[in-house]
Design a protein around this ligand. Structure first.
Ligand code: GDP
Ligand code: IMO
Ligand code: MG
Length: 419
């Protein structure tokens, strides 16, 4: 299958990095299509942990890696990631960065932080990496792009124009110190020297690869419920995370995508604010967090933990056109006598629905309707215990989609292939 999208089917951190790393073995190119340094994809190789933020996870397999036009890049974070990977013996020589991708500038980070502070109890709980303000400037056509790094004069001019406005916002609206033009321009010019060599016409590169019959993975960041249009707005990220955006984000036609693999945890986590119907109340929340090591890759925040939500997951299957699923972290559940699984939502008027509510208030007030399945205590090896098989079959039936991969541990090799 030449072009496969790997998409998060929940609220992010589903284990996309690990699944991409696995499938990258049989691929030639791995491309990111949206998001930026808000992402944190963890891959554990022989006990060594890699936390990758902007470069596609395929870099660890030595594959050609593309950061597409739909992404936003913080050049400082990007170069730190390059240095870290190179320092650990991973080459970044075959990483290609779209000139059309937008740059996360220092004022985006400052505004993201100040804006969250200002919202107080209404905050979104962003990663504070400047993602929202950067995508907002892109849509407002005020953004600075990777290709602007290629010309020092243009870069300085654009920084000057942007800062003239951003400093007013920083000082007058947010009451924080303005940024110094010389300092910012100098810093960006230095970073530009090194970033330049990665800039490429990546849409052309991907098209040529597909024409030559090479296999391409399109790696999503965040997850379906964080999608700007279809997620739990406003508690979402500022890009379109769903599979269809993979075509836009790398610059190929939608008919080039052959397969969509959803990645979902065997339970659910969420970082940041926003409604979360199956969030566990009581000590099991802490237990799942500890067993699953559920602490944010980027911010170190505790991830909120919940039982598997099949209403939300069915919505993700529908929105993405998911053809098969990787169910990760099933091993984390190997400690519970019973496993509640949400099969429907009860709405405020007392009715039950199996469909994800289209209206925000319905979702905010819905209550999960659980069916309880038997748990298992055995650690997961290649043979899954009967109760784990029942759990998987139950999910497949509810979703009408196949689970083809099951995660049984954080290590690269800890995956069971079911078909
Ligand atoms: P991503 O952002 O979707 O790539 O996911 P993250 O890397 O942020 O979070 C997933 C976490 O779970 C990481 O710490 C992974 O090492 C870990 N992980 C992935 N798959 C499994 C699995 O099957 N079992 C266990 N125990 N850990 C896993
Ligand atoms: P990966 O790729 C989990 C969440 C933030 C916040 C919301 C908006 O590792 O799955 P943003 O900084 O994007 O404006 O924050 O989105 N969020 C993520 N949650 N995994 C991620 O990435 C996330 N990226 C952003 O916590 O709720
Ligand atoms: Mg993550």
């Amino acid at each position: 299958m030449p072009a496969t999208v790997i998409v998060g089917a929940q609220w992010g951190d589903e284990g996309k990095g690990k699944i991409v790393d696995l499938l990258a073995q049989d691929s030639d190119l791995v491309c990111r299509y949206q998001g930026g340094p808000n992402a944190g994809h963890t891959i554990v190789v022989d006990g060594d942990t890699f936390k990758i933020r902007q470069i596609p996870s395929g870099v660890l397999r030595g594959k050609t890696c593309v950061i597409g036009a739909g992404c936003v890049i913080d050049p400082e974070v990007f170069l730190a990631e390059v240095d870290e990977l190179e320092g650990r013996g991973v080459s970044t020589g075959d990483v290609h960065l779209s000139g059309e991708a937008h740059l996360v500038m220092p004022w985006h980070v400052a505004i993201d932080q100040a804006s969250e502070r200002r919202l107080g109890s209404l905050q979104i709980g962003t990663t504070k990496r400047g993602i929202g303000p950067c995508y907002a400037d892109k849509a407002a056509r005020l953004g600075i792009r990777v290709q602007d790094l290629l010309d020092a004069k243009i870069l300085r001019q654009k920084i000057e124009v942007a800062l003239a406005e951003k400093n007013v916002w920083l000082e007058r609206v947010y009451g924080v110190p303005p940024l110094d033009l010389e300092e910012v321009a100098g810093q960006l010019e230095t970073l530009a020297q090194r970033v330049r060599s990665y800039v490429d016409d990546t849409a052309l590169l991907v098209d040529r690869a597909l024409r030559a019959g090479r296999r391409v993975l399109l790696e999503g960041a965040q997850g379906t419920l964080l999608d700007l249009d279809h997620g739990t707005y406003p508690f979402v990220t500022s890009s379109s995370t769903v599979a269809a955006n993979a075509a836009i984000g790398v610059g190929i036609g939608p008919n080039r995508i052959d397969r969509v693999i959803g990645v979902a945890k065997a339970y659910v986590t969420r970082v940041g604010e926003g409604p979360f119907p199956t969030e566990i109340q009581g000590p099991d929340q802490e237990r799942v967090r500890e067993l699953g090591g559920e602490f944010g890759t980027v911010t170190g925040r505790e991830r909120r933990c919940g039982w598997l939500d099949l209403v939300a997951l069915r919505y993700a299957v529908r929105l993405n056109g998911i053809t098969s699923l990787a169910l990760t972290k099933l091993d984390v559940l190997s400690h519970f006598d019973e496993l509640p699984v949400c099969v429907a939502y009860r709405l405020r008027d007392g009715s039950e629905t199996h469909e994800f509510p289209a209206h925000q208030s319905d979702f905010h007030h819905c209550r999960p309707v659980y069916e309880t399945l038997a748990g298992w205590q055995e650690p997961l090896e290649y043979e899954l215990p009967e109760a784990a098989r029942v759990y998987i079959a139950f999910i497949e039936r509810a979703l009408g989609a196949e689970i083809t991969l099951v995660g049984t541990g954080a290590e690269r090799e800890s995956v069971v292939s079911l078909r």
